[in-house]
Design a protein around this ligand. Structure first.
Ligand code: ZN
Length: 441
């Protein structure tokens, strides 16, 4: 496929904006970028996709999400509004996830994946929970991801909150799916999910480590309750406790880390683990602002996730940019390059660990052909240097008109080619109604 008439944003090192260029890809890999005339003369026997002067850039990557949360949209929680994050967990998430069947899991994933295709997110790292439909739940999500044509790394969140049998089932589901993905060179990958220290016993943490020696994907210190719970259980803070059980390594993803202390940050750094930042979620749950600039300065690879908010990553960029300024009352904090470091550089590196065969998140020969077209007409000069601020103040998710993943065109001129949005959302509304009824019971 030859994409012509494009303004390429490479997100390489250094980032380049190549105007009036073309991009040629074969199968799922980019072969060449170059001036339009050169590539047109070279690749004469190929399909042509006219970008009509749109910006063509790598698809966005989401470092931490929850497809299973989709049916919470518009749902009422009975009684007084939850007063803090532990209250939100108990009265919303730990009731919603119990109400999910495998069919709900499939449709929760599908509606999120439609959102991702429409808004230019081509790689997602999901963290799943459905305590009454554990076995096979990751297969159901994997089928939805494959149907959508996107790229995802999946895991099941092990927890003790529903008893030891379900904790064991969660471990088994992770291990089954990890084995299934091993050695595959496709668009699916696996890691091992843990809910959070506050819902995990010592026995279960030891069992998880005994079962698996690779990376874990775990919520850490999202609220201070996680730290106080860990201190009470073990005399250790959360990161120390997880390290004690051998769960921190260069493949481990630590979501949030809002309330970790300096020593915990050092432990994460020493382990080479990743941290993900989800500013919209942190604001919504009123858990505080993670000290991500300090973590980055320490050398920790902080990435950007959405924690189940819309799969429109530029919305998360904007939240990050604004949140830290508001939280610190300092307009110099969280500049555009810092947001880019998380959302582009670090997210690509994290995703690359799951899909190591070719580079992700960059337009370069040999990289995966995961691309989006953005219909943006800058009202001021746009350069590689000021691009982050054009994204922060100008880009909108609805400007994504075409989405390609693994070389397959999933959306063209805002038309979805593989997913029937009307039919899927009609079914998801029916299923959500039933989930809400079970939630209220
Ligand atoms: Zn989360």
């Amino acid at each position: 496929m030859l994409i012509t008439n494009a303004n390429l944003i490479t997100w390489g090192q250094p980032n380049q904006i190549l105007e009036q260029h073309a991009l040629y890809y074969e199968g799922d890999r980019i072969v060449e970028l170059g001036p339009e005339a050169t590539l047109r003369a070279k690749y004469t026997q190929t399909d042509i996709l006219d970008a009509r002067e749109q910006y063509v850039m790598p698809g966005n990557i989401c470092a931490h999400t929850h497809f299973y949360g989709a049916f919470a949209r518009g749902m009422a929680i009975p009684g007084a509004p939850p007063k803090d994050f532990p209250d939100i967990l108990e009265r919303l998430w730990w009731k919603l996830d119990k109400a999910l069947t495998l069919d709900d899991v499939r449709h929760s994933a599908l509606v999120c994946l439609i959102d991702a295709v429409k808004h230019g997110t081509t790689t997602l790292i999901d963290h799943h929970a459905s305590p009454n439909a554990i076995d096979g739940s990751l297969d159901v999500i994997a089928e939805a991801v494959t149907q959508a044509g996107l790229r995802a790394a999946l895991c099941y969140e092990v927890t003790d909150r529903d008893g030891p049998e379900k904790a064991r089932a969660g471990i088994a589901e992770n291990m089954r799916f990890i084995k299934k993905c091993a050695g595959q060179d496709g668009a699916l990958a696996a890691t091992f999910g843990l809910h959070a220290s506050l819902s995990l016993s010592d026995e279960t943490l030891a069992a998880c480590r005994a079962a698996h020696s690779g990376g874990f994907h775990v919520h850490i210190a999202e609220h201070e309750a996680d730290e106080y719970d860990s201190l009470q259980r073990s005399g250790m803070r959360v990161v120390d406790r997880l390290q004690h059980f051998g769960l921190l390594n260069p493949q481990t993803i630590a979501a949030h880390c809002v309330h970790i202390d300096q020593r915990e940050a050092e432990l994460l750094k020493e382990a080479g683990s990743w941290v993900t930042h989800q500013p919209r979620s942190n604001m919504n749950n009123a858990v505080g602002a993670a000290a991500v600039e300090g973590l980055l300065r320490l050398g920790i690879k902080v990435c950007l996730g959405n924690d189940g908010f819309s799969n429109a990553m530029w919305e998360e960029w904007k939240a990050a940019y604004l949140y830290h300024k508001a939280a610190t009352r300092d307009p110099r904090r969280m500049g555009g390059y810092t947001v880019t470091e998380m959302a582009i550089t670090n997210n690509a590196a994290l995703a690359g660990g799951f899909f190591p065969t070719a580079p992700l998140g960059v337009l370069a020969p040999g990289a995966y052909a995961d691309l989006i077209f953005v219909e943006y007409h800058p009202i001021t000069p746009l350069t590689a240097g000021n691009l982050p601020w054009h994204i922060l103040f100008g880009f909108e998710p609805s400007m994504v008109t075409t989405t390609i993943a693994s070389g397959k065109v999933l959306m063209k001129d805002r038309r979805l080619l593989f997913l029937d949005e009307a039919a899927i959302t009609a079914r998801s509304r029916e299923l959500a109604q039933q989930v809400w009824q079970r939630f209220m019971e």
